[in-house]
Design a protein around this ligand. Structure first.
Ligand code: APR
Length: 247
C-alpha cells in the first residue's frame, strides 16, 4: 500500500525519525543497551542540569570522550542509503534524537537534531549562543560571549526540547514516516508519531521492532544497516515510497 501526499510534480517526502540504534553499527553505544548506565556513569550524573551543577568537570570529561568516539565513527550503510535516496531526487527530512553528525557526514542535507549536537558548545546562560567545536572539547573556564561557562549543546533529561514544534511540523508534511533504531521511550520524541498526517504509512526498523511498534506501525525487525538499505533500494527502483510485503 502506498500513500502519495505530494502533488504530482513534487518528489515524495520521506521523513525519518532516527534514534541511537541507527548509529549502533557505527560503534556508538545505544543508551538502553547499557541498562541505565551510560559508559559506566549514572545518567543523573552526566546527563542532567543538576549533574552539571554538581560536577561540571566530570560532565565535560564525559562528553569529551563521547565526542572523540563520534569523531572516530563512520556513517554506516543506513545513513548512506538515506543520503543516496535524497541524491536520487526524493525529499528526505531527518529528525534525529542522536547528537552525532553521522547523517550529515553521509551526505543528508536536512537534519534536525532534537537533542542537540555534540560537536557544538553552548552558553550555560543563553542557549542561542552556540559555537562549533571543530577540534578538541570544552574545558572548565572556557566561556561564552556573556562570560558564562560553556557546556555541551545537548538536551539533558529534565530540559525542554527546543525544536520539538519544528520537528512536529516536518513530520506533518510526510508522505511516509520511517522510524529507525529508537526504543520510543523518551518523551517528547516518541510523541512525534502523533504529528504524522492521518492515513500515511509508518515503518519501524529496529531489531526489537515487533515488541516496540505502536499500533498501526509496520514492524521490520532488522538492524538498521540491513533494513534501511533494503527499503531504500526498492524505493529508488520504483521511484516512489511504498510498504513492501516483506515488512
Ligand atoms: N539497528 C537498529 N536499531 C538498533 C540496532 C541496530 N543495529 N541496535 C540497537 N537498536 C535499537 C534498540 O533495539 C533500541 O530500540 O536501538 C534502540 C535504542 O534505544 P535507546 O537507547 O533508548 O535510544 P533512543 O530511543 O535514541 O533514546 C532516546 O535517550 O539516551 C537518551 O537523549 C538520549 O536521544 C537519546 C534518547
Amino acid at each position: 500500500m502506498s500513500q502519495q501526499r505530494s502533488s504530482r510534480q513534487d518528489p515524495p517526502h520521506l521523513v525519518v525519525l532516527s534514534g541511537a540504534g541507527i548509529s549502533a553499527e557505527s560503534g556508538i553505544q545505544t543508551f538502553r543497551a547499557s541498562d541505565g548506565l551510560w559508559e559506566n556513569h549514572a545518567v543523573r550524573d552526566v546527563a542532567t542540569p543538576e549533574g552539571f551543577k554538581r560536577d561540571p568537570a566530570l560532565v565535560l570529561r564525559f562528553y569529551d570522550q563521547r565526542r572523540r568516539q563520534v569523531r572516530k565513527a563512520k556513517p554506516n550503510s543506513a545513513h548512506q542509503a538515506l543520503a543516496a535516496l535524497e541524491q536520487e531526487g526524493f525529499r528526505v527530512s531527518i529528525v534525529t534524537q542522536n547528537i552525532d553528525d553521522l547523517h550529515e557526514r553521509a551526505g543528508s542535507r536536512h537534519v534536525l537534531h532534537l537533542h542537540g549536537e555534540i560537536l557544538m558548545a553552548r552558553s550555560s546562560v543563553d542557549e542561542r549562543l552556540r559555537y562549533p567545536l571543530t577540534k578538541g572539547g570544552i574545558a572548565l573556564g572556557d566561556l561564552c560571549d556573556k562570560g558564562s561557562q560553556l557546556r555541551p549543546d545537548v538536551v539533558w533529561f529534565g530540559e525542554a526540547v527546543p525544536y520539538y514544534m519544528d520537528a512536529c511540523e516536518i513530520v506533518a508534511g510526510a508522505d511516509l514516516l520511517l522510524v529507525v533504531g529508537t526504543s520510543l521511550a523518551v518523551m517528547p520524541a516518541a510523541m512525534l508519531l502523533e504529528c504524522a498526517p492521518s492515513g500515511i504509512d509508518t515503518l519501524l526498523v529496529d531489531p526489537q521492532a515487533k515488541q516496540l511498534a505502536p499500533y498501526g506501525v509496520t514492524a521490520i525487525s532488522k538492524p538498521a544497516g540491513q533494513g534501511v538499505p533494503e527499503l531504500v533500494s526498492l524505493w529508488r527502483r520504483e521511484k516512489r515510497l511504498w510498504v513492501p510485503d516483506f515488512a
